[in-house]
Structure formats: C-alpha cells, structure tokens
Design a binder for this molecule. Sequence first.
Ligand code: COA
Length: 232
Amino acid sequence: MHGLRKGLWLLRKGHYRPLLRRLRLRAWSDTVSLGLDYDPRGQPALRTPRIPVDVRPIRPPEILAFIELPPTGAPRTEALTRTNARHLLESGLQTCYVGLIDDEPVYMQFLITANQNERLSKLFDARFPPLADDEALLEFAFTLPEHRARHVMPTVLLRLIELAAEQGARRVIAYPSVENARFIRFFLRLGFAPFCVRTEKWRLLVRRIEFQPVDSDLVERVSRREELGAVT
Ligand SMILES: CC(C)(COP(=O)(O)OP(=O)(O)OC[C@H]1O[C@@H](n2cnc3c(N)ncnc32)[C@H](O)[C@@H]1OP(=O)(O)O)[C@@H](O)C(=O)NCCC(=O)NCCS
C-alpha cells in the first residue's frame, strides 16, 4: 500500500524513470543489506573531522527542503530518495534529526528507539526486527546534494551516536545496503561490527525478507573496496 502511494506520487509528478526503476525492482530483485551494530558508550575507532553543524530534531517547516522533488531530468535516485523521505517524514515516525549549517537544514537522519516499534513495523514490514529498550536504529541518511562532500554526514552521525548513549542506548544498529559499499566501509571504520545479512527479495510484486548470519566473504569484498550492486 505504501509502495502504491509512492508510485502514484512519482507518476503524478511526471517522474517516470524513477517509477520504472521501482517497478523493475518489485518485479524481480534481491537487495542485500549488512546489519551492523555498535556500543555507543565507547569511543569511535575513527578520528574524523567534525564541522560546525547544529543537530536537533527536525521541525515541520524544515521538511520541505528534503521532500521537494527535483526537476524531472534529475538523477532518478534523487527523486526516489526524496519520495522515501516524504513518506517517512509524513508518517509521524519519531525521531528524525536534522543537521543545520548557519540555521539552514542540510542533512536528515532518523535515530529510532523502541517506543517506535509499532510504527516501524507498519512502515517497513519485517525489514527491522523490533528494537529492545536499550537499542537505537540509525536510518535514512540524506544530505541535500548542494551540501555534499562537506563532512556533514560524519559530524551528524557521531552526534547521533552520542545522543543515543545519552538516551541510554547500549546498542546502535544500522542496515546499510551493500550497493553503498562506501557507506558500509565508513561504519566499519567507526567501529561498527557486522551481525547479520538481510536480503529483501521481490518476486512479481511479492516481498520476502530473509536474515542470515554474517557472511564473512561479503564483508571482505566490501572492505576490499568492491562496489557490490543490488543483485537483480
Ligand atoms: C551518503 C551521504 C549522506 C554522504 O554524504 P556526503 O556529503 O556525500 O559525505 P560527507 O562529506 O558528509 O562525508 C564524507 C565522508 O563520509 C564517508 N562516506 C560514507 N559513505 C559515503 C557516500 N555514500 N558518499 C560519500 N562519502 C561517504 C566518506 O568516506 C568520507 O569520509 P572520509 O573523509 O573519512 O573518507 C550522501 O551522499 C547522500 O545523501 N546520498 C544519498 C542518500 C543515501 O545514499 N544515503 C545512504 C543510505 S541511507
């Protein structure tokens, strides 16, 4: 149902290429993600530059910057990311944080805790197992394209890990896709450890989610800088 709504939204806005990609993925695809976890009470293994960015929960007027669709000729991933952002931000899912430079929102990311389990399961079906009281889930990192390559993501991510610890979390979890091997390598450098492999299988519009033990070969390939596309 969520998927249909997102598809209709793209259709209404004339974004046919992203819509075709969505349909293709739902016809037949395997999307593999690596489950990673981290104890936020420790020091991150990686020393990475932090820049002056304010981090706080997003406010309603700031949402538009992340959900407004780009012109129809823009890269299709951009329209898909913004459609997904719209869906999550309008769902009422708590808590989305925003990174601000000079009071301007430039980055968004959810830090989700166990009190959101019901919404989490409605929004993502079985993609995320319910969170325990001492767990927090990092999901949906998005920097506005004009603010990329300024080290906003690491700065906000590290702050969110601190916030998770301040809120009592003992385990921060993320499920980056292996399509984004650079993102996974960044988590591994911070000190996150792989604990499972999640495969989202679409077969003729029917979705199945599978969790398997860590595949050391997969982790090795990602670490070796192999970019692993979605298996479709
Ligand atoms: C992923 C994303 C948030 C990274 O933001 P960015 O502005 O490109 O990267 P930043 O300048 O903030 O950070 C750069 C650092 O992050 C690391 N990094 C991790 N993943 C990265 C990625 N996909 N692209 C670029 N850098 C990435 C780099 O290694 C770099 O660290 P280093 O300087 O120590 O090597 C951004 O590219 C984005 O919004 N992409 C579209 C949405 C998306 O794919 N989100 C991730 C999955 S939810």
